[in-house]
Design a protein around this ligand. Sequence first.
Ligand SMILES: NC(=O)c1ccc[n+]([C@@H]2O[C@H](COP(=O)([O-])OP(=O)(O)OC[C@H]3O[C@@H](n4cnc5c(N)ncnc54)[C@H](OP(=O)(O)O)[C@@H]3O)[C@@H](O)[C@H]2O)c1
Length: 260
Amino acid sequence: MRIVVTGGSGDLGGRVVRELMSRGHAAVPASRRSGVDLSTGDGLDAVLDGADAVIHAATSQSKPQSVEVAGARRIGDSLRRLGSTAHVVSISIVGSDRVPYAYYRAKVDAEQALEQAGVPATVVRATQFHSLAAFFGTAGRVGPVTFSIGHMRIQPVDIDWVAQRLADHATGPAPSAFRWATDLAGPTAYTADDLAERLAKHDGRTTPRILRIPPVLPVMRGFAEGGILPGPEAEIGGRTFEDWLGDQPTPMPRRFHSPT
Ligand SMILES: NC(=O)c1ccc[n+]([C@@H]2O[C@H](COP(=O)([O-])OP(=O)(O)OC[C@H]3O[C@@H](n4cnc5c(N)ncnc54)[C@H](OP(=O)(O)O)[C@@H]3O)[C@@H](O)[C@H]2O)c1
């Protein structure tokens, strides 16, 4: 199959491209560095022409409305213009409809844009990747102290497994219209204390003390009250946070994306 991967140069998209290629498919990365700009539509018709499926994994933390939302709309418009019935598989975030955070709002808007696009489409929501959980656990550390929003918990997931499940959806039977896939989550939920302890052990440091910030703002309450945790119906899979961490460099870099 010829499968276009928006954001194919990114952390998730790059893994999706490699996964599809390892299964013998023609995976075509589509992002600005390959001449496709979702915020303008430049290059989109050309790359989507002849596609059997599209995996929409492009994102912009600073401009999610133009990349994820307008991008989803533009993908739908382009496929209709081309007379294509390619199946669009789009990645979203568990709890994006429960936490009033601007980036999450854009994820919900992108889901709706796809639902209204009138093309065969599947939205897959996943929890935070292990790298983001590690980032939460390291970025807030100041000397012997780290922070938590109240008693917030997070149930992070293995990005490689998410890439595999997106590839499964794109290469499997396509729906005739819009559908929701089962949410994806990792095996275990962690508090900030759990993450701090595991990260400190990985780095050979003393476990920092947790300073709890009272969840005074609605967005903080959304996180603190379990808004990003998966429901009981979620599909659980992939490596645990501990297994993933075991493959990471020591000390764990304070960065958003997984180094491996
Ligand atoms: N991180 C998490 O914990 C997590 C959890 C669940 C779901 N997700 C979702 O997973 C997806 C991928 O996240 P990620 O962390 O892998 O992203 P990422 O590494 O930041 O990659 C973003 C990609 O988007 C492309 N892009 C940015 N602006 C673009 C534009 N104007 N036109 C076309 N492409 C553009 C970038 O390529 P160029 O720079 O070449 O344009 C890059 O390939 C996102 O939808 C995110 O919401 C993430």
